[in-house]
Ligand binder design. Structure first.
Ligand code: PLP
Ligand code: COI
Length: 339
């Protein structure tokens, strides 16, 4: 293995030694198998390729100071993958199979878990897709579940450095009764035009609004949105966003720190009243927002004027990361020590 520069890893793909694959055929799941290939052989008429019948997950393994490897709330990812599978009519992966694959893939790639304190983590990517052939629009009869890992650095450049976001009014990521609550590839394909237009304008990412009225904040690219004012953690409730496990956890952490929490519709105009704003997710962890630009009225909403993250966001971030890497006692029961 070539030496990895742990402190400067991008959020990208780095080859590791092994991945796990498992096939669903004749109505049942087979045994998970270990592969050292980075490639899959796929039927030319697989439903994943033509009709986007696929779902994925994202979770992380963290190296503690004690040299032990921890994963954060993996059961929530397993459950969400079942919900996503049902959302696009795939055979769901049983929680126990998810667990078995996860433990194996971490164990086999232990040397790729970034060291404690490096700011990097081992990203675990479970994937489920329709591998059976169909030409009509039908669910496949065969599925493939695979899991690979790759060491990653922060999703947003600079890690906890505040970033700028653009409000999206030209594109929608998901429709209210569509698949926005599922972690399916089509949502990410649908988000690309908006993400690229934001990046071309010099923004770190895009803020999607509710597709029906374009009045309320939905989410921030591949992360949920949160804001803070009057000792209250506020995050959007919407029928078209992914229910973030990080966000769910931050709500509980905020409450444990004596903050109030609200999960409700967040009108765009309310942006001017927030003291702090941020994006949260497994990949993003917490990415504080410095500025949000709304092109419809050329309004700029500014947080972190001095370029530093807000105090409350930092408190939440420090507590979350301390639990994830085992620096602080896991009083919520979120962490599983896997090695
Ligand atoms: N929203 C979207 C669209 C995402 O892709 C993700 C990433 O998984 C999130 C939110 C954050 O979810 P989580 O905290 O469960 O990773
Ligand atoms: C995650 O936060 O785990 C994600 O899946 C985001 C990813 C789409 C980059």
């Amino acid at each position: 293995m070539e030496k990895l520069d742990w402190k400067n890893l991008p959020f990208g793909y780095i080859k590791t030694d092994f991945n796990i694959r498992c096939l669903y055929k004749d109505g049942k799941w087979g045994k998970p198998e270990v592969s050292s290939s980075e490639y899959i052989d796929i039927h030319i008429a697989a439903t994943a390729l033509h009709y986007g019948q696929e779902a994925f997950e994202g979770l992380k393994a963290y190296m503690g100071k004690d040299g032990r490897i921890r994963v954060f709330r993996w059961e929530e990812n397993a459950k969400r993958m079942i919900s996503s599978a049902n959302g696009v009519k795939m055979a769901p992966v049983p929680v126990e199979l998810f667990r078995e694959a996860m433990l194996k893939v971490i164990e086999l790639n232990k040397k790729f878990v970034p060291p404690y304190g490096s700011g990097a983590t081992l990203y675990i990517r479970p994937l489920l897709y329709g591998s059976g052939a169909e030409v009509g629009v039908n669910p496949a009869k065969e599925y493939t579940f695979l899991m690979f890992v790759t060491p990653v650095g922060p999703y947003f450049k600079g890690g906890i450095k505040p970033v700028n976001m653009l409000i999206c009014r030209d594109f929608d990521r998901a429709a209210p009764l569509g698949t926005g609550t599922f972690k399916v590839g089509g949502n990410y394909a649908a988000s690309l035009r908006a993400i690229i237009s934001a990046r071309e304008g010099g923004y770190a990412n895009i803020i999607f609004l509710d597709a029906r009225e374009k009045k309320y904040i939905d989410e921030c690219g591949p992360a949920n949105f949160f804001a803070i004012k009057d000792n209250t953690y506020i995050t959007p409730k919407s029928e078209s966003i992914l229910n973030s496990i990080t966000n769910m956890s931050l709500i509980q952490i905020a409450e444990s720190l004596g903050m109030k929490t609200e999960r409700r519709q967040v009108p765009v105009e309310e942006l001017s009243s927030f003291a702090e704003a941020g994006a949260c997710g497994t990949a993003a962890v917490i990415s504080p927002i410095a500025k949000i630009f709304d092109p419809s009225n050329n309004k700029v909403y500014e947080y972190c004027k001095d370029g530093e993250p807000g105090k409350e966001s930092m408190k939440l971030y420090n507590k979350l990361v301390a639990i994830q890497c085992g620096d602080e006692e896991d009083s919520f029961g979120w962490v599983t020590i896997v090695d």
